[in-house]
Design a protein around this ligand. Structure first.
Ligand SMILES: [Mn+2]
Length: 225
């Protein structure tokens, strides 16, 4: 294939919006997933948050996502684990809590010392967005209330409430909602039609999932295989 053919093929392929579920330090799975997706300059990739904690290499995950955001259209959303980590960095009284909820693995990936976390990584987490909205989809880390815009909803709902505790009906906008946060321990996505959860428990032996919201194409990768 000549360079010209490749150019034509790329511009002909429709732009994709691809959501990626909770990575939780699974850097190998993320690398495998990105290799399978083959992002183009027209695609948008939406990370649903929880880049870190629990899994083996949070530092590397942050490096990959930051590098990717310099090359492609990346929408990084905020998860409850980024909130816990940022709190722990700011206030030492918050550290024990975070370390118990998977922060121990993260701090080990940075050589065991808070001081080793690069400013660039903290800046990245601070820039993560509360949600993302397209013409027909809403993306948010954990959950939502059906009757109001995501911009007006409380952090408790957007970042913390499990689907086991509250399963919302369709959002009043009519848009399909894509979330992570509630781990699907069988490794497959949870699809209610109006709501799709793509946290497929990568750190616990399940999969890391990417989901193309226009075609419903799914890619999955494991951390250890
Ligand atoms: Mn979460």
């Amino acid at each position: 294939m000549t360079d010209t053919d490749q150019h034509i093929e790329q511009t002909d392929s429709p732009p994709r919006t691809i959501a990626v579920g909770d990575i939780h330090g699974c850097a190998q799975a993320l690398e495998r997933l990105l290799a399978a997706i083959e992002l183009t300059s027209q695609d948008t990739i939406v990370f649903l948050g929880d880049y870190m904690d629990r899994g083996p290499n949070s530092k590397r995950v942050l490096e990959i996502v930051i590098e990717l955001s310099e090359q492609f259209q990346v929408i990084p959303l905020l998860g409850n684990h980024e909130i816990m980590m940022l709190d722990a960095v700011k206030e030492s009284v918050m550290r024990d809590l975070w370390l118990q909820f998977g922060g121990q693995q993260t701090i080990e990936s940075y050589g065991g010392d808070f001081a080793n976390i690069p400013t660039e990584h903290l800046d990245f987490m601070q820039q993560c967005l509360p949600f993302y909205e397209t013409e027909d989809h809403l993306f948010v880390h954990a959950n939502y209330l059906p009757g109001s815009p995501l911009a007006d909803q409380e952090d408790q709902v957007r970042y913390w409430t499990h689907l086991l505790d509250f399963q919302p009906g369709p959002h009043k906008s009519g848009k399909r909602v894509i979330v992570g946060h509630t781990p699907q321990t069988h490794g497959n996505i949870l699809d209610f039609g109006h709501l799709v959860c793509i946290d497929t428990y990568c750190f616990g032996g399940g999969n890391l999932t990417a989901f193309d919201v226009s075609t419903n194409e799914i890619w999955q990768a494991k951390e250890n295989e």
